[in-house]
Design a protein around this ligand. Structure first.
Ligand code: 6R9
Length: 659
């Protein structure tokens, strides 16, 4: 900072303002799961509050202590309690007479479908649990799962949970090297995969990638292979087994035992911007409590009437918490779709919503902006009147996309819940409650009842309304990570050392309070740009660009600059309608630059704007700005292992150099 006094200044210069609000519809409020009393209950007695949430699950033994405090992330929840996570997600619903209720309406990319009831799920999970035990898998052993979005992914995860094995799900699109690194780090004994996967209308290989990953890996006892595409694949004798053949031999009942609340449930690797992937560990009781609570309250699930659809991949934390554990603990009926949103046509999601009467729809902003790019005439051509609640997760949602989502998917009436959380937090932390909060486009708003976050300065001092800084969690929460697998000190170093004096969990995100004290996320702190001493969030410049009618998506980075320290370089995707017009690109770029100045001010004028066909994104839809920074600074592009489409980067690098 050059021109501000660090004692008083906010950590970031915040430039955008957004003042629209949408109070909840009284009819929605009247039926909402969460009322104002929830916050009062949490304020009265926080431990009693969480104990009441946990008591909604089925425990074999009740806990002795709700919370055992501990510094640097060592607190434990529901200590002494014992439960079985899979029993909570499946068996108890069958026992309470809901065996015939559909748990999963599954839709394959080629158009094949399967409806799986809770009774079906119970028999499949039981068979799979027996199968894993027959392969020698025991409590605490690790099982790596690399599967497409097929029901067997859910069944495998629940089967591990049922026998106390720890699963680690790896995205279907990850390379053999990325898979190998995770198998090795976790010390897995068994891998579950499929012959292939359908993506964009073709059968892509899966098993052959796994074979490559496991070359010379003696520690793997077995590879279970689900038949999905029917592709011919080599099977290694003594190691590889067909899932359907193994399942057929197993009894369809399995007696589940309970495990400690603190028993690890899964490891999920998160790569972050630098360094070796971290295996984030989550445990059972606290995680399931917060997963189920947040899903019920934020998504307002009514198990008897709603059809819920979270379109995340199971390889992402959102798939774990809001496809598998939260919704199934709450006895949801949900849609699970295997493929990409434009296969075989751009209306695929809307066709599914119409056909199944989806009432709750939870997606990432990147998909909303993709829908915007394709044009509103596509959703407008379907009956989406069943939708009653919309969710957003994964990145800050810009107000433009928020409004479009509400109008074109939500019929101008469905509340939108913008949910902030992380792999490390395990479940939603900051979000509106749909029957209570007057929502604001672009703001995640308030910590949920029972959760406490703050925005603090560089030195850890709390900011007042209007201020900005670092988002921290200042009290333990039930779904908190239980460390980094195999590296006892890493979690402390990465998350707790930054504000050790205050005992805060450092989330790595920048955020600001508006005058009402609502929280607005500004993106990863690592992505913040420093322009002539002003710390400007990439998110705000991107949001300004996307508010121009011609722009579908934008990614902004700071590239080193001799005069200003860093200069803003923007990569934009134009809307389909603009592309068709064959608009003059140079004129369009000038106009966009001027638009940013009008929206934000001259300080945010991009030095360069490059029109691109695609942006580099992770499979969960996050823009990888680190790679764009490499391009903008003329470096060789770094690690692209987690990209959904590695070819997009070289195309962007080529056109950056050419212009
Ligand atoms: C659930 C998930 C975590 C990071 C997080 C933040 C960004 C997620 C957001 C959001 C603004 C939201 N993020 N939700 N930013 N508003 N509603 O995405 O987990 O993959 O671990 O990513 O994603 O930057 O720190 P994960």
């Amino acid at each position: 900072m050059t021109d501000t006094d660090p004692e008083t200044a906010s950590a970031f210069t915040s430039l955008l303002t957004e003042s629209r609000t949408f109070p909840p519809d009284p009819a929605f409020t009247a039926q909402a799961n969460a009322g104002v009393e929830l916050q009062e209950e949490a304020e009265r007695n926080i431990e009693a509050f969480w104990a009441a949430r946990a008591a909604e699950l089925q425990w074999e033994r009740t806990w002795d202590h709700v919370l055992q405090p501990g510094g640097s992330g060592t607190a434990s929840w529901f200590v002494g309690g014992r439960l079985n996570v899979a029993v909570n997600c499946v068996d108890r619903h069958v026992e309470s007479g809901h065996g015939d209720q559909v748990a999963l309406h599954w839709i394959g990319e080629p158009g094949d479908t399967r409806d799986i009831t809770y009774a079906d799920l119970l028999s499949q999970v039981s068979r799979a649990a027996n199968a894993l035990e027959s392969l020698g898998v025991r409590e605490g052993d690790r099982v790596v799962i690399q599967l497409p979005m097929i029901p067997e992914a859910v069944v495998s995860m629940l089967a591990c949970a049922r026998i106390g094995a720890i699963h680690s799900v790896v995205f279907g699109g990850f390379s053999p090297a990325a898979l190998r690194a995770r198998v090795d780090d976790a010390g897995a004994r068994v891998v579950i995969t499929s012959d292939g996967q359908f993506r964009r209308g073709t059968a892509a290989p899966m098993k052959t990638n796994v074979d490559e990953a496991l070359l010379g890996e003696p520690a793997i006892d077995a590879v279970l292979v689900v038949r999905r595409t029917g592709t011919d694949v080599p099977m290694t004798p003594g190691r590889d087994l067909w899932w359907d053949e193994v399942m057929a031999e197993q009894p369809d009942s399995h007696e589940a035992q309970a495990f400690d609340s603190d028993h690890p449930l899964f490891i999920l690797y998160t790569s972050g911007t630098t360094g070796k992937p971290k295996g984030i560990v989550h445990a059972s009781g606290g995680y399931l409590t917060q997963a189920a609570y947040t899903h019920r309250m934020v998504c307002d699930l009514k198990p008897d009437t709603d059809v819920y659809w979270c379109a995340a991949d199971v390889g992402w934390i959102t798939g774990h918490t809001y496809i598998v554990y939260g919704p199934l603990a709450n006895r949801a009926t949900q849609v699970m779709y295997e493929g990409t949103p434009n296969t075989p046509h751009q209306g695929r999601h809307f066709e599914i919503i119409q056909r199944y009467g989806v009432s709750i729809y939870y997606i990432a902003p990147t998909l909303i902006r993709t829908f915007m790019k394709w044009g509103e005439e596509i959703p407008d051509g379907y009956d989406l009147s069943s939708i009653r609640l919309l969710g957003s997760v994964g990145e800050p949602i810009n107000p433009e996309a928020w409004i479009w989502y509400r109008e074109h998917i939500g019929g101008g009436r469905a509340p939108i819940v913008d949910t902030w959380w992380q792999t490390e937090t395990g479940a939603i932390m900051v979000a509106p409650l749909p029957g209570i909060t007057a929502t604001k486009p672009g703001s995640a708003q308030r910590p949920l009842p029972g959760i406490s976050v703050r925005i603090v300065s560089e030195e850890g001092r709390p900011e007042a309304p209007g201020g900005s800084g670092y988002l921290v969690v200042d009290r333990p929460w039930p779904a908190m990570l239980r460390g980094v697998w195999g590296d006892p000190d890493r979690a402390k170093e990465v998350y707790w050392d930054r504000f050790a004096a205050q005992g805060y969990y450092f989330a790595g995100d920048g955020a600001r309070y508006d005058e009402d004290g609502d929280v607005w996320l500004l993106g990863r702190v690592d992505d913040v740009m420093n322009i002539s001493g002003h710390r400007i969030s990439t998110m705000e410049v991107e949001s300004a660009l996307v508010s121009h009618i011609a722009v579908a998506e934008a990614a902004v980075v700071g590239a080193s600059d001799a005069t200003t320290g860093q200069a803003i370089v923007a990569f934009v995707i134009l809307r389909a309608s603009v592309e068709e017009l064959g608009a003059n690109l140079d004129a369009a770029v000038k106009e966009l630059s001027q638009h940013v100045v009008t929206e934000i001010g001259p300080i945010a004028r991009p030095k360069r704007i490059l029109v691109v066909p695609e942006l580099p994104k992770t499979r969960s839809g996050k823009i990888m700005r680190r790679l764009l920074r490499d391009i903008a600074e003329g470096r060789a592009v770094g690690d692209t292992a987690t990209l959904s489409d590695p070819a997009s980067v070289s195309a962007i690098a080529d056109s950056f150099r050419a212009r």
